[in-house]
Design a protein. Structure first.
Length: 102
């Protein structure tokens, strides 16, 4: 998932997220159903720490993307304001090279 986020493959990331959530749920049910030995608990502790670290990195990358999208939306909004403002004067626009009356 981190590789997908780093390469900005957001659609693939979203598709994989559903499978990821399902796998985490199945793992938790497996542990609850089987009980766990000390070795299994140690292994799960290590894997859970990896998952948490990966999720923190993924969250950081997603925040960067959200900031980028927020900036793009802001630019789009500003462009619409400019277009709407200057669009009001369309019928009064001067042709290129036409002298302005003062």
């Amino acid at each position: 998932m981190i590789v997908l986020a780093q390469s900005q493959q957001w659609d693939a990331l979203i598709e994989l997220e559903t499978a990821y959530i399902s796998a985490v749920e199945k793992t938790s049910h497996f542990v609850a159903a089987t009980g766990s030995s000390m070795t299994l608990q140690d292994l799960l502790h290590h894997k859970l720490q990896q998952i948490l670290d990966n999720e923190a990195e993924l969250k950081r990358l997603l925040q960067l993307r959200m900031d980028e999208l927020r900036a793009l939306i802001g630019q789009s909004t500003q462009q619409n304001v400019v277009n709407n403002t200057y669009g009001q004067f369309y019928d009064q626009a001067l042709l290129l090279g036409e002298p302005q009356l003062r």
